[in-house]
Design a protein around this ligand. Sequence first.
Ligand SMILES: C[S@@+](CC[C@H](N)C(=O)[O-])C[C@H]1O[C@@H](n2cnc3c(N)ncnc32)[C@H](O)[C@@H]1O
Length: 233
Amino acid sequence: MAAGGRPEEIGSEMIRYYAARADEYDDWYLRRGRYSHGPANDASWRSDLEVAAAWLDGRGFRGQIVELAAGTGWWSPLLARHGQLTLYDASAEPLEKARTRLAAAGVTAEFQIRDAWREPDRSVDGLFAGFWISHVDRDRLDEFFGLVARWLVPGGLFAFIDSRQDPESGARDHRPPVEDVQVRRLDDGASFRVRKVFYEPSDLASALERAGFSEIEVVTTERFFVLGSGRRR
Ligand SMILES: C[S@@+](CC[C@H](N)C(=O)[O-])C[C@H]1O[C@@H](n2cnc3c(N)ncnc32)[C@H](O)[C@@H]1O
């Protein structure tokens, strides 16, 4: 692989990266520091974020909801207002940020360290994954959507929000991925490799169909995000 690294190496490097990035992760959402791209681009970003939040809020989540690779929990207060939310992530550091965010929002949830690839231990009514699908290798996308289907009761809702490729999305000092591997830097200069796949909406819709979802919707915001959902048949 030109950009270097076997999938399992990239997978563990990615976990270390997000643990180390926990304190600065929200700078990306908030367009702070290296993630600011000037007033016009930052306004477009905020507008797209609002569209994504309204879209997620309107999906119809209810009952038991699982959030995989929940990170610092940017979307979690919104989800927790719709049902009983459990946040899972591979690392403690981002989950601690999420815990603080949910407490500040006055909503309750469960938190657990858990790999997103682990088999479900129960069936739930809804599952959300934010900016995780783009970290799934192309040759494992069907496997992951199959796993999501196994988490859900029949009729259960799956939704995801993820990245479209845009030069003004990431940090100013990040280059685009090469062969789906991207080098990410932190404020202190440390660098890590992550898997980053910009899936076409049509490919995501086809994969959802193959995994047994119905009522499939995969749409994009103006510039930055792809929004997808479906119900387990
Ligand atoms: C791009 S962040 C997304 C965080 C959050 N979902 C959001 O929308 O802002 C990716 C998250 O995946 C987590 N992660 C990485 N590998 C994982 C794995 N194998 N299982 C579970 N979580 C993992 C990281 O710790 C990080 O919090």
